[in-house]
Design a protein around this ligand. Sequence first.
Ligand code: 0WE
Length: 254
Amino acid sequence: MGFLDGRRVLITGVASYRSLAYGIAKAMYREGAQLAFTYQNNKLKDRVRKIANDFGSDIVLPCDVSEDESINDLFLHLSKFWLKFDGFVHAIAYASNDQLNGDYVESITREGFSVAHNVTSYSFVALAKACRNMLSTCSSLVTLTYLGSVRAIPNYNVMGLAKASLEANMRYMARSLGAEGIRVNAISSGPVRTLAASGIMNFKQMLSYCKDKSPMCRNVTIDEIGNVAAFLCSDLSSGITGEVIYVDAGFSVV
Ligand code: 0WE
């Protein structure tokens, strides 16, 4: 008996075994959820298939969140497997690499701003808009954010603005969808060594700084993010919506 028995959840943003979305899928599978997965491009297709297979799923569908047509196709495809489902995990963010380096004012561009906000924030509500009529009355939508939304963190730059937008987006979605029994929340994760992080300057120093300064004197794991996401998709969190939950070993309070 798991606390997600019978729940159907769509997982986006799996890129490797280190992905936060992988930790989330693992925890949800353990608690009895049925899962479906999306992949961004053909390069990731086989890898996501293999990971889906680990979690007993053969529902693996393409989705490029920067295209409305791709999002609509995703849910058209998904409806062949599931007429209704109980939520999705949004684990997608992107800014071009030149935006995540050095002086903020110097590095930001109109195009960089636009892409970061489009892919990181708009995509969350775009997915919800496209599948609203497929979501059950006990649905939960979960996104991932980072402290850079509320603090000016070196090099995070335009991603900080995009995450601030994502968090506001999450609150407006919670307000819009609440009456339909759809809850919407964000997990603010501490830094984790993932594929997305591997391209980032000084990321190692970032990890060790957070480890040294956080109340728990360590970094967080994808399993810890996964457990909170599973909780947020379950009835255990039935009274929580519009919330940013920090899973960061306490770093943000010191
Ligand atoms: O949100 C993120 C990173 C997301 C991300 C990562 C990349 C790397 C490759 C978005 N876009 C790209 N674009 C690429 O080309 N994090 C919370 C991880 C992160 O990224 C940072 C951090 C932390 C922490 C960037 C600068 C400073 C700290």
